[in-house]
Design a protein around this ligand. Structure first.
Ligand SMILES: [Fe+2]
Ligand SMILES: [Fe+2]
Length: 207
């Protein structure tokens, strides 16, 4: 896979229409990385259907665009004070995604199934189907990736140690599929081990 074909050709027109709704709170980058993760999780989850999972992960966060940008960080994190906004971004997301999907009618995509996953992707913690589980795992699993760490530590000005503690609370317990659980568990374990390096090696080599 070259660096330029993360998105399936079917999903490129959806991405182009979603982009103007994703340029808040780094949602555009988050969406692309989560889409890449979803493709990898799909490879490990043969029962899931990519034609529902991939459009859903691509469009899941378009609704944040309608929320006051100054309130975005109050809606997420380890102690959110505006959980109502999380419901709102799902409701707006269903409306916006419905318009985009109805316009393009991507071949082989069950629009109703995609919208059902976008609705509740954050507020319903359990998986309602294997497709729902893969979308949720790609979304929450993003937090444990190097990209997620960079972005999230920047939002809250967290150290790596604070980030790891937070991930054990806001990512790990919410992973649903075997592949998603393995992803988050391994990435957090690797971060922890990396953090412990100086306690075992006084002057780490740089070879
Ligand atoms: Fe979301
Ligand atoms: Fe998301």
């Amino acid at each position: 896979m070259s660096e330029h074909n993360i998105l399936l050709p079917r999903d490129v027109p959806l991405w182009e229409d979603a982009k103007p709704y994703l340029n808040v709170r780094n949602n555009d980058e988050h969406t692309l990385v989560a889409y890449g993760l979803a493709r990898a999780l799909l490879e490990q989850t043969p029962d899931a259907d990519e034609s529902t999972v991939l459009p859903a992960i691509l469009l899941h966060d378009v609704g944040w665009k309608r929320i006051d940008p100054n309130l975005l960080l109050d809606a997420i994190g380890t102690n959110p004070t505006r959980k109502d906004l999380v419901f709102d971004h799902e409701k707006y997301g269903v409306e916006i995604a419905s318009n985009i999907l109805t316009k393009h009618k991507p071949e082989g995509v069950n629009i109703k199934a995609v919208l059902a996953i976008i609705d509740g992707h954050d507020t319903v913690k359990e998986a309602r189907s294997i497709n729902d589980a893969v979308v949720k795992d790609a979304d929450k699993g993003w937090r444990t990736t190097p990209h997620g760490m960079k972005i999230i530590c920047g939002w809250y000005n967290w150290s790596v140690a604070e980030y790891i503690t937070a991930m054990e609370k806001v990512a790990l317990p919410h992973m649903l599929s075997p592949a998603g659980k393995a992803l988050a568990h391994c990435l957090i374990a690797a971060r922890k081990a990396e953090l412990a390096i100086p306690s075992y090696i006084e002057a780490p080599s740089h070879d």
